[in-house]
Design a protein around this ligand. Sequence first.
Ligand code: GLU
Length: 303
Amino acid sequence: MKKFLSKTGLGVAAVFTAAALAMTGCGGGDNGGGTDGGGKDAAGLSFDVAKDVALTGSPTFDKIKSSGQIRIGVKEDQPGLGFLDAATGERSGFDIEIARWMAASLGVAADKIEYKSIPSANRETALANGDVDLYVGTYSITDKRKKLVDFAGPYFITGQGLLVAKDNTDIKSEKDLDGKKVCSATGSTPIQNIRENFPKAVPVEFDIYSKCVDALKGGTVDAVTTDQAILLGFASQDPDNLKVVGEPFTVEKYGIGVPLGDTALRTFLNTTLTDGGATWTKIYDATLGKSGTKVEQPKVDQY
Ligand code: GLU
């Protein structure tokens, strides 16, 4: 399924090689002084909550409106993207800010967001069952998934990479995986790519990536593979023991998962993304961009 791309085809994804992640911090600005009821968050951001949102023909929005709250599926173990601080209960990261922005555009304040931590393998089911209204968590848009869910976006582009122990000298790129234990999350595009295109690698699966990182630190696997943006977040938390090697070797376009067939909602969120370039940039600068790396917001695919 997953196509291999020549090195030259990886320009966009390769940008993220250098995108070391900053998890917290102050500053970063807001989007004009409005508040979304949650005050400024971990990244120092707040969002204007839309009033009198006109969105007809969306069963998901009808539910959100009548309950006065939105349930958003996220990750909780991916530093810099979707992270839950167990001590403070605070969620942080680029995906969390995107979630908060989308909620605000739908007229829902931050304190009316119910986050649900849902691992990679359970995303389609959660959306199909109505357990969540949206999903924002490193969720690659693929044709296979589009049969089960719809996607707004893309709102970010990265690519599959490799994380190894700092003292590892034999894995320098995806060409060095023969006979190696390579860990990724069940139901993810990277584990599927390993199974389909790296037949000599030994796949190891857990439900969430932090368990792969623990296995790497414990020496029971040789590498963790998933999106470079996720791996850089883990490496930045433990630079003495972990390093990202090689260049991204796929292209992963992150979408906001919405229930299948809710075209009105998908179109609405795409418009929010398209019209909100300045907000996207503020979110990026306050989260992933803290390393100083600059990237452009990807063009929305209004399929
Ligand atoms: N973006 C990839 C995917 O959607 C890997 C990250 C993840 O599992 O969330 O499968």
